[in-house]
Design a protein around this ligand. Structure first.
Ligand SMILES: C[C@@]1(CC(=O)O)c2cc3[nH]c(cc4nc(cc5[nH]c(cc(n2)[C@H]1CCC(=O)O)[C@@](C)(CC(=O)O)[C@@H]5CCC(=O)O)C(CC(=O)O)=C4CCC(=O)O)c(CCC(=O)O)c3CC(=O)O
Ligand SMILES: NC(=O)C1=CN([C@@H]2O[C@H](COP(=O)(O)OP(=O)(O)OC[C@H]3O[C@@H](n4cnc5c(N)ncnc54)[C@H](O)[C@@H]3O)[C@@H](O)[C@H]2O)C=CC1
Length: 215
């Protein structure tokens, strides 16, 4: 079994090349565009939705079969055509260039796979079965999603704002670490659920930081 390592990639403005323009390519491309990636699709045909994206200038469509050299300048590669030999050729080129590559037709030819993903504001849950059952990964993702209510979005926005403020204000690494660790123990999630949470004013933030600087 491959011991895959999960990572969270910032793909904003990064060139991502997708080989193939079918249903599977479409499923990979949607989230890439939402992430701000500069997507190029190399494929003789496109699904309706991918064509719309191309017409709107949201991605670049190279309307021909894959050819070596197409991965030049890429940051990430998806080989999602229906031709296994083509996916393998693209995977070889990617690996020669040192690029991570996803092979949708037979994962073992590539070196990263796509988990099931659920998002709630700043919260991302990714579920992988390491390829054992992609459909089951999607199902487990839904089950986990059911456990995580809408309150996580304002909760994490609150945490983020406070974290940024602590990092901006507190010069001592030791005190900063103590304050940041204490954030996880605030009752805010509970308060949001109860409807009793009130946004913290800048003064409240100051008071909390001052009161929690000591061990
Ligand atoms: C290895 C991996 C590589 C990769 O694609 O990155 C891979 C590979 C393959 N999938 C196949 C089949 C299906 N894939 C899905 C669905 C999804 N597949 C996804 C990921 C992954 N699929 C990676 C592993 C993830 C993991 O296990 O952790 C999801 C989670 C994420 C996404 O694609 O965005 C997305 C759900 C998104 C959602 O709905 O939320 C369905 C269900 C459906 O279509 O309804 C089926 C049919 C049912 C079934 O097989 O379970 C085949 C056989 C092809 C054939 O032979 O015909 C291969 C090839 C192989 O096994 O190597
Ligand atoms: N990883 C996953 O989640 C899944 C993977 N698959 C596998 O993924 C592959 C693609 O599936 P679909 O998108 O449903 O197929 P599809 O038939 O809808 O689309 C295939 C696409 O590949 C393009 N293509 C064919 N030859 C090409 C070439 N030489 N260069 C570039 N593009 C080329 C076609 O024009 C078409 O756009 C299949 O091998 C399928 O078994 C299937 C289901 C899920």
């Amino acid at each position: 079994m491959v011991n895959y390592i999960p990572v969270m990639l910032d793909l904003q403005d990064q060139r991502v090349v997708v080989i193939g323009g079918g249903a599977v390519a479409e499923r990979k491309v949607g989230p890439l565009l939402e992430a701000g990636a500069a997507v190029t699709v190399v494929s003789p045909s496109l699904t309706e939705r991918l064509s719309e994206f191309a017409e709107k200038g949201m991605l670049i469509w190279i309307s021909r079969p894959y050819a070596p050299g197409d991965l030049e300048g890429a940051f990430l590669v998806y080989a999602a055509s229906s031709d296994l030999a083509v996916n393998e050729a693209a995977a070889r080129e990617a690996k020669a260039l040192g690029l991570p590559v996803n092979v949708a037709s037979h994962a073992e030819a590539g070196n990263f796979i796509t988990p099931g993903v659920f998002r709630r504001g700043r919260l991302t849950v990714a579920v992988s079965t390491s390829g054992a059952g992609p459909g089951v990964a999607a199902k487990i993702t839904e089950q986990v999603a059911d456990m995580l209510g809408e309150e996580y979005e304002p909760y994490l926005d609150f945490l983020h704002a406070l974290r940024v403020e602590i990092k901006r204000q507190e010069p001592s690494a030791a005190v900063r670490a103590r304050l940041l660790r204490k954030l996880a123990h605030l009752d805010v999630l509970y308060e949001i659920r109860q409807g009793t949470f009130k946004e913290w004013s800048p003064e409240t933030v100051q008071v909390w930081i001052a009161a929690n600087r000591e061990a």
